[in-house]
Design a protein. Structure first.
Lengths: 108, 122
């Protein structure tokens, strides 16, 4: 099983600041990585797929990069609605996918 | 528009079984599979398995093998997830999800149900 680790576990930032979240895979997943945002009481929402493609309706302040084992989600300027938990997910051995443990972005 | 609507919350005793439904609409059910993902309180997301909407083929997470069964009813475009021999650590919100497809997000989950809380308690 491919294990994903995310860092940091918690990121405390202010609105307007830049957020940089990391996801590392235990072996190469090529570009088969996605990022999701989850708010309390809601289902996850797909932000980025195939490492760098924004999903439909996702604002341009969200961007993804990386390939192989190291990936980054960047939020260029945090809006109040961006404070949430972010999960990475790999699908290199679909349908057996795995999620990372999540990074919580909270208000400083 | 694609919608996945799940059945309501359940409370079960340890050792019992639960069956959660996920009714799909807005697309051809047999063209996509349905995955199930659960989330224990305050915890992360755990993939449980996948079922093909086309032929009912399944792929389950190893830790749930023998306790979980996923099925579909193509006549009603509904997927089901049954979990048996429930334990307290099965308490979670259970989600169904569908990949976006070749003209969207590929094999990543663009569509999610609203979640079903299953509480296991004596």
């Amino acid at each position: 099983e491919i294990v994903l680790t995310q860092s940091p576990a918690t990121l405390s930032l202010s609105p307007g600041e830049r957020a940089t979240l990391s996801c590392r895979a235990s072996q190469s997943v090529s570009s088969y990585l996605a990022w999701y945002q989850q708010k309390p009481g809601q289902a996850p929402r797909l932000l980025i797929y195939d490492a760098s493609n924004r999903a439909t309706g996702i604002p341009a302040r969200f961007s993804g990069s990386g390939s192989g084992t190291d990936f980054t989600l960047t939020i260029s300027s945090l809006e109040p609605e961006d404070f949430a938990v972010y999960y990475c997910q790999q699908r290199s051995n679909w349908p057996r996918i795995t999620f990372g443990p999540g990074t919580k972005v909270d208000i400083k | 528009q694609v919608q996945l609507v799940q059945s309501g919350a359940e409370v079960k005793k340890p050792g019992a079984s639960v069956k959660v439904s996920c009714k799909a609409s807005g697309y051809t059910f047999t063209s996509y599979g349905i995955s199930w993902v659960r989330q224990a309180p305050g915890q992360g997301l755990e993939w449980m398995g996948w079922i093909s909407g086309y032929n009912g083929n399944t792929n389950y997470a190893q830790k749930l093998q023998g306790r979980v069964t996923m099925t579909t009813d193509t006549s009603t475009s509904t997927a089901y997830m049954e979990l048996r021999s429930l334990r307290s650590d099965d308490t979670a919100v259970y989600y169904c999800a569908r990949e976006g497809g070749y003209d969207s997000s590929g094999y990543f989950y663009s569509y999610w149900g609203q979640g079903t809380l299953v509480t296991v308690s004596s």
